[in-house]
Design a protein around this ligand. Structure first.
Ligand code: SF4
Ligand code: SF4
Length: 384
């Protein structure tokens, strides 16, 4: 368990003006003692943004290009050898980076793309839950990982932030296999904590200039926040997000497990820079009900009871383009979501008895056609 106070730098940044963002990033890192605290000259640095899916920057699904640019310049100015990479669930790194506005910046600043496709077996005997991961070669080949996440809500883990960002270091569809095997959000969160303990990112930077509330991480609503957050403790950083958006950190399983397993601390945080009290986001839309986001304890229920209690994904036929990405990503066998055999021009249909509530379909849908519905019994059980 980490005993020292964890420091989180909070820096105001009102918009994505590249010069202002660069200045804010530099200030955040300097408040923590400067880049030299985290990387050494001659090390190969991998910058890992959030490239969840192919969306333009205005949709706030991915790390904003100005933040990406600012982080690159910070490391280039220090003479570091850098590359970038993330493995999206659907599509190539290059295609998603292009749409998100990151590829143009990487090319302009001569930052190569890391190999996020080749799989490397990495034993982790000290893992609490997972003793062996398959990691993208580009991550394994780097000396120092820099995690550049985005402040967003998430159907499974409530928020996606500093800890969840490392999931993109697992290549492609292997990610959904984890969802298929780990059918409880507590177990899934322990895996994410193990993964972060294994990869040991040196620094966690969060783009909280415009975040996402509501139906995140892919289809929520942009929310102006105006901050850059920086820390070397991902648990303290995610707990700071909770403080800002009015969410109890105890409701975020990655935070609970992260502290238990020694990844960081959320009880003793020193905030430097801005006082978070000035930046509280009143009415931020995030699920605050106890246990009802997802699969907490879902394995305790029979499939029938689960249908009446655990939140379930539902498709809005008016928004569905029948692209089939949700069907492709579904990790269970037989799939819990499929086009009707008799008419594949209809929208996909769920078999909720087989659905493990991983919400990969919700996360992957490119049109935001899938939302998470909390059944009435679930609302009654989990309401405060
Ligand atoms: S629900 Fe979304 S992902 Fe699934 S077929 Fe419709 S548009 Fe595609
Ligand atoms: S239908 Fe959606 S939530 Fe259910 S198991 Fe498949 S991907 Fe996961």
């Amino acid at each position: 368990m980490k005993l020292n106070k964890s420091r989180v730098a909070i820096v105001a940044c009102p918009d994505y003006d590249p010069a202002r963002v660069e200045e804010a990033l530099k200030k955040g890192v300097d408040l923590l003692g400067g880049l030299g605290q985290f990387v050494k000259s001659g090390e190969k640095v991998l910058i890992k943004p959030n490239l969840l899916m192919s969306k333009e920057p205005s949709k706030v699904v991915t790390t904003h290009p100005s933040v990406f640019r600012g982080v690159i310049r910070l490391f280039q100015n220090a003479g570091m050898d850098i590359c970038y990479g993330d493995s999206p669930a659907v599509g190539s790194t290059r295609a998603v980076a292009k749409k998100a506005g990151l590829l143009d910046i990487a090319e302009e600043l001569n930052v190569p793309e890391a190999d996020m496709v080749t799989r490397v077996d990495v034993p982790f005997p000290n893992g609490n839950l997972v003793k062996n991961f398959i990691i993208a070669k580009g991550v394994v080949d780097s000396d120092a990982l820099i995690s550049v996440s985005k402040l967003k809500t998430h159907a499974l883990t409530r928020i996606t932030g500093a800890v969840k960002n490392q999931f993109g270091c697992i290549p492609g569809l292997l990610k959904s296999e984890f969802h298929g095997k780990m059918t409880d959000d507590q177990v899934f969160s322990r895996m994410l904590v193990d993964l972060t303990l294994l990869l040991k990112p040196r620094l966690f930077i969060m783009d909280a200039i415009i975040g996402m509330e509501g139906n995140g991480p892919a289809s929520g609503t942009p929310r102006n926040i105006g901050l850059i957050l920086v820390s070397d403790d991902p648990i303290a950083l995610d707990a700071t997000v909770c403080y800002l958006i009015g969410l109890k950190p105890e409701l975020v399983p990655t935070i609970i497990w992260g502290e238990k397993l020694g990844l960081g601390n959320y009880h003793d945080i020193e905030w430097i820079g801005e006082s978070p009290d000035q930046w509280i986001q009143q009415g931020f839309k995030v699920n605050r009900s106890t246990g009802s986001t997802a699969r907490t304890g879902s394995s305790k229920f029979t499939p029938l009871a689960r249908n009446f209690i655990i939140p379930k994904p539902v498709i809005d036929p008016d928004k569905c383009t029948r692209c089939g990405q949700c069907v492709d990503i579904c990790p269970v066998r037989p799939k819990a979501l499929a086009f009707p055999a008799e008419n594949n021009r209809k929208i996909p249909e769920y078999n909720y008895s087989d659905c493990i509530r991983c919400y990969c379909c919700h996360e992957t849908c490119p049109t935001g056609a899938i939302h998470i519905k909390v059944p009435l019994a679930g609302r009654l059980i989990h309401s405060k």
